[in-house]
Design a protein around this ligand. Structure first.
Ligand SMILES: [Zn+2]
Length: 474
């Protein structure tokens, strides 16, 4: 028999421990595959909770997994702990002020993401034991969501092969089931090699790699008119060939981030960008080499799991923020523009309510957002196993994603309340699935039916490796 109170109490009992874990990770912001201290914190917590821990998942030193329980279905709960460059911010301060000596910050709230997911897994572990139930719960510590998309490599290398369902969440302004909408994408580095020469006395001897990068940009910009309207192509110069204008640039490097609604639209677009790079090399008599940095699929929804998660949200009600939480959130909201606040409601498909600093509702399952979406490496997990994601209110309504305001709110009591709240939703959903085999059966049948129409083709080839040495600040 199901006992809501018991699973939620098992979460509540750990509130202070996991708020402290989140705060410690907030205090050591680490980027893309360099999350060594954060991963060590999560490993130590898994060991303290008695999980069986595996590290170096898919050959990635900061990827780990903890498992508890025996037999039965396998429930995966996914966490992250990577930070972002340039988003350092003093905790609780509602004006932009970096932490002295620090440049990176948890501007996407992954300190909360990892901690709440591990908390949910720990509560489910104790629930299984207390009720003598078969079943295994796993916490997956997934690094480099920003920039590296490590889950794609973890999926490709089999880390989720025996998982029945996966559950995750992301910090947000509102609480509810995440609408399964995200773009497939890939990051590719193009490195052009030319020939250096004196730009005045021997320009005819040089072949400019920088010219090639610029011509590639021109070619891609002409392509934009002839691609699907919701595809996106972004680029950043990683190496413009040096600072001397009188030296013909022998080497130049550009990173392309190409997004499309799904893999079927992404794959031909990537082929076209590659052709443009080859054309730029041909025009400039340079050569071009490529390295795939990451590739992720769009999210696949699962209505059986979304329904189960939504019922947990409804039973639990919205997070109980205090008057003090709302006052603090209002100070952060005052740093935002009206259009940020309007966009926050539109993204959820909710009517705009001005003057409300924090979420006090559960987003209806039928709400449909405005469709302006990014990408997440949870996408590939969702093609491998039935997956559901929550959004958990942890910050003021209108807070822009990837901003100093997210970092600044990441240690507030409201963030901790949101962390515990969404952990209860995830743990409750996992327990429902473990106690009602019908939920997993329906989730898997729905997944299989979708896969029969569009089989999963991993967007990473077998020889592509995680760019472990990559720096986001490169
Ligand atoms: Zn994020």
């Amino acid at each position: 028999m199901r006992n809501d109170e018991q699973i939620w109490r098992l979460v509540d009992d750990r509130r202070d421990t996991y708020a402290a874990l989140s705060d410690r990770v907030w205090g050591t912001p680490e980027l893309c595959y360099n999350e060594h201290r954060s991963a060590a914190e999560h490993k130590a917590m898994l060991e303290a909770e008695g999980f069986r821990v595996t590290t170096d998942i898919a050959g990635i030193p900061t990827a780990l997994m903890g498992e508890a329980g025996e037999g039965g279905p396998v429930i995966a709960i996914l966490g992250e702990y990577d930070a972002l460059p340039g988003l350092s911010q003093e905790a609780g301060v509602a004006e932009q002020r970096a932490v002295p000596g620090e440049t990176s910050g948890h501007g996407c709230g992954h300190n909360l993401l990892g901690s709440a997911s591990l908390l949910a897994a720990a509560a489910v572990k104790d629930y299984l034991r207390a009720n003598n139930l078969p079943g295994r719960v796993r916490y997956y510590g997934c690094p480099a969501e920003e920039g590296g998309a490590a889950k794609g490599f973890m999926v490709r290398d089999g880390a989720f092969d025996d998982v029945d369902i996966a559950i995750s969440w992301h910090p947000a302004a509102f609480s509810g089931v995440n609408e399964a909408q995200s773009l497939a994408n890939t990051r590719i580095d193009f490195t052009f090699h030319g020939r250096s020469a004196h730009a005045a006395s021997g320009p005819h001897l040089g072949r400019s790699a920088l010219d090639a990068v610029e011509l590639m940009s021109v070619g891609v910009n002409y392509m934009r008119e002839h691609m699907p309207s919701d595809a996106r192509v972004h680029y950043a110069y990683l190496d413009a060939g040096g600072i001397a204008p009188n030296v013909v640039q022998a080497r130049a490097k550009v990173r392309y981030l190409i997004r499309a609604r799904n893999l079927e639209e992404l794959t031909p677009l990537v082929t076209r960008v590659r052709k443009i790079a080859e054309g730029a090399a041909l025009m400039t008599e340079t050569t071009v080499g490529t390295q795939v940095i990451s590739a992720v699929s769009n999210l696949m929804g699962n209505s059986a799991l979304e329904q189960a998660m939504h019922e947990n949200f409804e039973r639990l009600g919205p997070p109980q923020f205090t008057a003090e939480d709302r006052d603090t959130a209002a100070k952060f909201q005052a740093t935002m523009r009206d259009e940020d606040i309007v966009a926050a409601y539109r993204r959820q498909g909710l009517p705009v309510e001005k003057g409300k600093p924090l979420c006090d509702l559960i987003v209806p399952l039928t709400a449909r957002g405005a469709g302006m979406v990014g990408s997440t490496d949870v996408g590939d997990v969702s093609w491998k196993v039935p997956t559901v994601q929550a959004r958990g209110a942890t910050y003021a309504i209108g807070t822009p994603g990837h901003s100093w305001q997210v970092t600044g709110q990441g240690k507030l009591p409201a963030a901790h309340t949101g962390l515990v709240h969404v952990a209860k939703v995830m743990a409750g959903t996992a327990v429902d699935a473990l106690c009602n085999p019908d939920i997993i059966a329906r989730a898997r049948a729905e997944h299989a039916a979708r896969m029969a129409v569009t089989p999963y083709v991993c967007p990473l080839s077998p020889n592509e490796k995680p760019a472990l040495g990559m720096s986001l600040a490169e």
